[in-house]
Ligand binder design. Structure first.
Ligand SMILES: O=C([O-])CC(=O)C(=O)O
Ligand SMILES: [Mg+2]
Length: 387
């Protein structure tokens, strides 16, 4: 049993949307196929992965370093103890040889993308949904019912409050009970008006989270916090720079309701620093580390250990990214839920065809691997890369 090839293609996921920090006019994602020589249903098993939005495709790093380290490793050194499957932990170690610690920049995205494809292959070789395989390995119970919320509410040219209201209304109509919108890309007064418009639209049918995408300095963060305190906000997300733990800690003195952050922390060491120094409150705040951007599930398992050591429940994790990999982790390892972008970043985001949101939850179908084969538009792009 061996990995015979790792293929990468960088695909556009461009759109005219904008958050407080970036626009997505040139956004790309890496799509990766890990091709094995294992035959299931008459075909070689291929695992697929991709990086979530916000970081660009990583074809350069994948082709120059990480792909070859896996392909050049002695194939048996990448197998599980029993020799009956690939071992994601050993493959991860092979990818990360000769990499210094610290400086978790874009390489964490390259590794996270390949790691997703490796886990997809591993679960397909085991002929199980990934979430069931994860629950078995961790000795826990899988729960196929997963909380999901609808992320959107971006700024884009010509979008007025009525368009924003229509967008949020459509999420409520699709079964979501929490919706999220961007703030910090306009003046405080304008954002307050947008927030009031959305709250008037969703009423008591849904709760509203807001996301500043790391834009604010402390003074602005506090001013927004005062404004937001007047409304029932589900969470106040990524308030300041992702690595400014002091700002995050200071906010606890000004803003009592829930806050959320972590999508731009890419390692268990950074997650540990957030929990040590960021003043995050385990009884109400939310952690959004996204495995696809942060060295994959092998590293995310270390992050979950860091959480446990710091006295945090996994239920406080609702990852960024809106991909099926985190849905599997949520269902298999007991996270609090997952993000979803009902109308954005297609075909990569979303759920297998036919999966509907009811009362803010989806139920995972019993598909082998991560479940990409259940999403027609996605699997056809994946199969173009490798059958
Ligand atoms: O706009 C983005 O970069 C995505 C984001 O922050 C989120 O989904 O929380
Ligand atoms: Mg965010």
């Amino acid at each position: 049993m061996r990995i015979v090839d790792i293929r990468e293609v960088t695909k556009p996921i461009a759109s005219p949307i904008r958050n407080a920090y970036i626009d997505f006019s040139k956004m790309t994602a890496s799509l990766v196929a890990v091709v094995t020589d294992v035959i299931r249903d008459g075909r070689p098993v291929v695992g697929y992965g991709f990086n979530s939005n916000g970081r660009y495709g990583q074809g350069g790093l994948i082709r120059e370093r990480f792909r070859d380290r896996v392909l050049e490793a002695e194939p048996t050194s990448l197998l599980s103890e029993a020799g009956d499957n690939l071992c994601p932990h050993k493959i991860w170690a092979a990818m990360m040889q000769n990499e210094k610690p610290g400086g978790h920049g874009e390489r964490s995205v390259a590794v996270g993308t390949i790691d997703m494809a490796v886990w997809d292959a591993v679960a397909k070789i085991a002929e199980k949904p990934l979430f069931r395989l994860l629950a078995e390995r961790e000795g826990g119970m899988a729960d196929p019912r997963v909380f999901v919320y609808a992320a959107g509410g971006y700024y884009y040219p010509g979008k007025d409050d009525s368009a924003l209201r229509r967008e949020m209304r459509s999420y409520v109509e699709r079964g979501y009970t929490v919706v999220k919108m961007k703030i910090g890309g306009a003046s405080l007064d304008e954002d307050q008006r947008r927030i009031e418009a959305v709250l008037a639209e969703v009423g008591d049918e849904a709760q509203l989270a807001v996301d500043a995408n790391g834009r604010f300095d402390l003074e602005t963060a506090i001013a927004y916090g005062r404004m937001l305190s007047r409304y029932p906000i589900f969470w106040y997300e990524e308030i300041g720079d992702p690595l400014d733990y002091q700002l995050q800690a200071a906010m606890a003195g000004y803003y009592a309701p829930p806050m959320a952050t972590g999508e731009n922390l890419f390692s268990h060491q950074d997650a540990r620093n957030l929990l040590r120094y960021g003043g995050m409150r385990p009884d109400r705040d939310w952690l959004q580390f996204d495995c696809a951007l942060s060295y994959g599930l092998v590293e995310y398992l270390r992050t979950l250990e860091v959480l446990a050591e710091a006295g945090w429940s996994r239920r406080r994790c609702i990852p960024h990214g809106g991909h099926q990999m985190s849905l599997n982790i949520a269902a298999g390892l007991g996270l609090g839920g997952n993000e979803s972008y009902p109308d954005l970043f297609q075909p990569y985001g979303g759920f297998p065809d036919g999966v509907e949101v009811k009362d803010g939850h989806i139920t995972m179908p019993e598909l082998p691997g991560i479940g990409f084969e259940g999403k027609g538009d996605l699997i056809s792009v994946m199969r173009e890369l490798a059958q």
